[in-house]
Design a protein around this ligand. Structure first.
Ligand SMILES: Nc1ncnc2c1ncn2[C@@H]1O[C@H](COP(=O)(O)OP(=O)(O)O)[C@@H](O)[C@H]1O
Ligand SMILES: [Mg+2]
Length: 283
């Protein structure tokens, strides 16, 4: 195994993305030279309008997209076909649409997070070791759903389903958690709860997080660092406290009249127009 890269201050980079470019076969250039470095335990929000390249960036990190140029390193190991199994074993994923199997219990959905790291028996029949089952219960407990372990995932509420999604990512004991618009399908209050849970657990366990969001308020509330992506390029990479309206305007420039300031699929009155923001500090 490759040694984690060391920064000048002795911290370890979990992830380094250097000059990542991705042009799809139809000629669409989704990433045009992206650089991104993430430290252990850091919560990084990638903020940007639809089509900015956020999903392509996350998919490239685990090798679901092959970069046209540049490279991704996880714990110092280059992401390439020969390293994919090892790379993916260190990464947990959380999806916008939850991606649960509705007729399986919450517990088995969490265990499914281990399938690609276990043998054929587990894959075919959901036969897991006692230690795996105990770990799955522990992960459900961490997200506050121990009492729903044997409930079918399809019977749970949206917020509960995404908490199962978080537990399924955690059971892998990841170094890095990738979340692609994890709360876009949830009500604002539930979105807040789910992000709080992810932030708290990952900070405690030293798991680095890259979370794609399009809601500015949530990004400012939860991010340690915000990376602004627009048209395949990083327009800003700053500590959340340093972000001001000019930065936000820049990320969303040319993408309609406004930017999305609410959480979840909120009605259009939560769509705050840039002109209404004035020039003071962001809320
Ligand atoms: N498989 C694909 N083939 C061609 N173009 C794609 C493909 N996937 C994404 N794109 C394009 O790449 C750009 C970035 O997409 P995406 O990464 O999904 O952005 P975001 O997640 O920020 O909305 C968009 O123009 C999108 O249409
Ligand atoms: Mg996307």
């Amino acid at each position: 195994m490759t040694e984690p890269e060391k920064q000048a201050d002795g911290c370890q980079w979990v992830l380094r993305v250097s000059d990542a470019k991705k042009t799809f076969e139809d000629g669409t250039a989704a990433l045009k030279g992206v650089r991104l470095e993430v430290r252990r335990g850091e919560f990084v929000v990638v903020l940007g309008p639809s089509g900015a390249g956020k999903t392509t960036l996350l998919r490239s990190i685990i090798g679901l997209e092959r970069l046209t140029a540049g490279e991704v390193r996880l714990d110092g190991a280059k992401v390439e076909p020969s390293s994919l199994a090892e790379v993916r074993s260190k990464v947990g994923m959380i999806f916008q649409g939850f991606n649960l199997i509705d007729n399986l219990s919450a517990l088995n959905n969490v265990l499914s997070g281990l399938l690609d790291t276990r043998g054929n028996l587990a894959t075919l029949f959901y036969v897991f070791k006692r230690s795996d089952k105990l770990r799955a219960l522990q992960c459900l407990d961490q997200v506050g759903l121990l009492d729903k372990a044997y409930s079918a995932a399809g019977k749970l509420s949206g917020g509960q389903r995404q908490r199962v999604g978080v537990a399924r990512a955690l059971i892998r004991q990841p170094r890095l958690l990738l979340a692609d618009e994890p709360v876009a399908s949830l009500d604002p209050m539930i979105a807040f709860t789910v992000l709080s849970l992810i932030k708290e657990i990952c900070a405690k366990q030293g798991i680095a997080v890259i979370c794609n969001l399009h809601q500015v308020d949530l990004a400012l509330r939860f991010a340690d660092r915000i990376v602004g992506l627009s048209d395949g390029r990083v327009l800003l990479d700053e500590k959340a406290g340093a972000i001001n309206q000019d930065y936000i305007r820049e990320i969303y420039a040319g993408h309609g009249q406004g930017m999305y300031f609410g959480a979840g699929d909120a009605p259009s009155d939560e769509f705050v127009h840039l002109d209404f923001l004035g020039s003071g500090p962001l809320p």
